[in-house]
Write a protein that binds this ligand. Structure first.
Ligand code: PMV
Length: 362
């Protein structure tokens, strides 16, 4: 099995100049959700996401060869220009777990400065953008030091593989427009180990496509995604869920290829509610939705029925509602969002996001 372990990636410290690398990487929204995993962050079912734009993490990685022979990872870390010990420890643990892939990390003094475009307390999961940005920096560093990643495809694949080890859903953020993660007979080249681009497999309507994120609550989640994945291990509906997700992939791919928004939207809503019903039927059970999330869902459905506009919702592992629609109806939909949904949000907060072109080196 591909694992990217490479003991040869060792530098001659005397020959390496200090340098820096920076990447901006977006978050992504899964339409078919990844919920349940095995082994080292491998998914129990394939998932498919839209790559976002305005919710991103920017990460600067500075490096210089160590003067000492110390083999511990040397890491200085700041988040929004402030030292952040809990985040530093998380990143340090992650870097330590991938020294078989990047053995040269032990030979450098590293300084990571990172920040998100969206407010820290917006209730937006940042692990996908943060872990993909970091993985891209590490692969660029390998490329800079060893010139080993021969083309863009090899670079993206390794970045996606490494991002996955940090946070499963992060592996999908590497690609523009849309990405698929998880082995499926529906798509040649699909893998549990990394995501692949679906940009050329989806209709142009998804290239001008919006996701307004309505902030129902910014309170910290009572149950983390890590714990949620864990609860799938003994979930009474687990096998039915994985079978269902695999079956749905066929229909979602077809709908996205054709630009069939009705079929796409039905699937998006069904998956969002399935994810939350799995949480509600876990043991122990938990609920992340808020009363206002449900009220917003009702209003989106009523608006769709009355206006006949293709406006649908999705949810991540939290109470915030993602409102999805094509760019051609933005003026009408924004009126609806601002008049009918915004007042239901915490401090009337919502974020405007849209499908984008993936990460950029900055
Ligand atoms: O990547 P994780 O381990 O934070 O899990 C994310 C799971 C969902 O966001 C709920 C679904 C998904 O596929 O992104």
């Amino acid at each position: 099995m591909l694992d990217y372990k490479n003991p040869n990636l060792i530098i001659e410290t005397a020959e390496v100049e200090p340098g820096s690398i920076a990447w901006r990487s977006p978050s992504n929204l899964a339409i078919i959700k990844y919920w349940g995993k095995y082994g080292s962050q491998l998914p129990k079912n394939p998932s498919l996401s839209l790559t976002l734009s305005s919710s991103f993490t920017e990460t600067l990685l500075e490096y210089s060869p160590k003067q000492s022979g110390d083999r511990n990872i040397s890491l200085e870390f700041s988040f929004h220009q402030e030292p952040n010990e809990p985040f530093r420890e998380k990143v340090l643990k992650f870097l330590e777990s991938i020294t078989d892939i990047f053995p040269f990390l032990r030979q450098l003094d590293l300084k990571i400065s990172t920040g998100n475009s969206f407010p820290h307390s917006a209730g937006i999961a940042s692990s996908a953008s943060a872990m993909s940005a970091l993985a891209l920096c590490l692969c660029s560093l390998e490329e800079e030091l060893f010139n080993t990643l021969e083309d863009d495809e090899a670079f993206d694949q390794k970045s996606s593989f490494v991002a996955r080890l940090g946070s499963g859903s992060a592996c999908r953020s590497i690609f523009p427009t849309a990405a698929l993660w998880g082995q499926t007979g529906e798509v040649e080249g699909s893998s549990d180990l990394y995501a692949i681009s679906m940009a050329d497999e989806v209709h142009d309507i998804f290239k001008d496509f919006h996701d307004d994120i309505l902030i129902a609550s910014t309170a910290a989640k009572r149950v983390s995604s890590r714990a949620g994945h864990g609860l799938m291990d003994n979930h009474p509906f687990a096998e039915a869920r994985y079978t269902d997700a695999k079956r749905k992939m066929h229909f979602l791919l077809e709908a996205m290829k054709k630009g069939d928004l009705e079929a796409f939207g039905k699937m998006a809503e069904n998956e969002a509610l399935t994810l939350h019903s799995l949480m509600m039927s876990s043991n122990p059970s938990y609920i992340l939705l808020k009363p206002n999330t449900l009220e917003m869902i009702e209003r989106v459905r009523r608006y769709r029925e009355e206006s006949k506009h293709p406006v649908y919702f999705s949810l991540d592992a939290g109470p915030n509602l993602h409102v999805l629609y094509p760019g051609e109806i933005i003026h009408e939909v924004r009126l609806f969002v601002e008049e009918e949904l915004m007042p239901l949000c915490e401090e009337e907060k919502y974020l405007q996001d849209w499908v984008g072109d993936g990460p950029v080196q900055v």
